[in-house]
Ligand binder design. Structure first.
Ligand code: NAD
Length: 343
């Protein structure tokens, strides 16, 4: 086992990795706590049909490390962790699986706090909460995505201020990839602020809705990289900022809600060389974890919004520093996170 874990390319001195198995419910999960210096490690529970244990392990190691950075730059009193359940969210879900996961999380005694993520919902978290108190994102207001979208909107505003010297989206065009929970709400805010929208999704209903409600122009999933726009907003998949797409993108800013947008860390340099300002994903999309964290610690809803709005100033600071140091925005953001962990 040690050969797989400690020599794994994504292993980054994670504090604790727990492999969870519960045969009755057929739960197979991995919980990774990357760093708990700032507080209990918080991060969502992903359910995915992984092709192998190695793939699941890589994912949880990488995602939990990302949560440490995200939570640190967001200034939240929590560390970074993540959980992955190996299984098909369309077929393998049951209340028992989530209750068994709740038991395992409870055994960790508060070192890790879970929440919904890709493949899981607030309803699933309700089953988790039958067995543990260490869970966030519950109830009818448990969906974090409106806050993620708000963070994206103010983050994009920071980017146009800094890079385009503009205070308003009026007359700007944004290419939105993915009109799901985050992408649609972000697009709605951009439309309200005067931006023109070009959108792509695999869901025809979402596209129709965007055409009718937001006057959006629809393009194919592949054509979104070629459109004439000022901002590219990836809100669907990871890895869409790569050498191939950067060669095609005509935008001046990349600002979207998707996780892990850069295919490799070098892509930020490549974007910079092309005069594109890359807004680090783990800073701009932190609204959701802010909501989960504040809800968990029983803070008022108004405080969540105030916290999310601060993403704008955090990003303005990162852009300034990146200019001063002739450095990449993602590198500066990671440096800020690392500095806050030294104690
Ligand atoms: P979602 O599943 O609601 O939406 C994703 C959308 O992308 C769907 O409409 C889907 O049809 C579309 N899509 C899938 N493949 C596509 C493709 N090839 N081209 C264009 N569109 C495609 O998910 P979400 O909650 O909106 O999250 C979107 C992204 O933001 C994910 O990367 C997620 O990890 C990240 N994120 C979400 C939150 C949150 O609060 N929900 C927080 C942080 C990060």
């Amino acid at each position: 086992m040690s050969a797989i874990v400690f020599n794994n390319i994504s292993f980054d001195d994670h504090e604790q990795i727990s492999f969870v198995s519960e045969p009755k419910s057929r739960l197979r999960a991995i919980v990774a706590v990357h760093n708990s210096q700032r507080g209990p490690a918080m991060g969502g529970c992903r359910m995915w049909n992984y092709s192998s244990e190695t793939q699941a392990l890589n994912d949880v190691l990488r995602l939990s490390r990302g949560m440490t950075y995200k939570n640190a730059v967001a200034g939240l009193p929590i560390g970074g962790g993540k959980c992955v359940i190996m299984g098909d969210p369309q077929q393998d879900k049951s209340p028992a699986i989530f209750e068994a996961l709740g038991e395992a999380i409870e055994r960790m005694g508060g070192l890790y706090i879970t929440a919904e993520d890709v493949g899981t919902t607030p309803d699933d978290m309700a089953h988790v909460s039958k067995q543990t108190q260490y869970v966030a994102g519950l109830g009818p207001n448990g969906d974090p995505s409106p806050y993620t979208a708000l963070g994206c909107f103010v983050g994009a505003r920071a980017a146009i201020k800094h890079h385009l010297h503009r205070d308003s989206f009026e007359g700007l065009t944004v290419a939105v990839q993915g009109l799901g929970n985050v992408g649609y709400d972000y697009a709605r805010r951009l439309h309200k602020a005067g931006a023109k929208l070009i959108v792509a999704d695999i869901d025809v209903n979402a596209l129709e809705r965007a055409r009718n409600e937001l006057n959006a122009k629809i393009v194919s999933v592949d054509a979104i990289y070629d459109v004439d726009a000022d901002i590219y907003a990836p809100c669907a998949l990871g890895g869409t900022v790569n050498a191939g797409t950067l060669a095609r993108l005509k935008v001046k800013i990349i600002a979207g809600g998707a996780n892990n947008q850069l295919a490799t860390s070098e892509m930020n340099s490549l974007a910079r060389q092309k005069g594109i300002l890359y807004v680090p994903d783990f800073v701009i999309n932190a609204g959701g974890i802010m909501k989960a964290c504040y809800e968990y610690f029983n803070k008022a809803e108004s405080e969540v919004e105030d916290r999310v709005l601060k993403i704008e100033n955090t990003l303005l600071g990162i852009f300034e520093l990146a200019d001063q140091k002739s450095s990449e925005t993602s590198f500066i953001a990671e440096e800020i996170a690392r500095a806050s962990l030294k104690n």
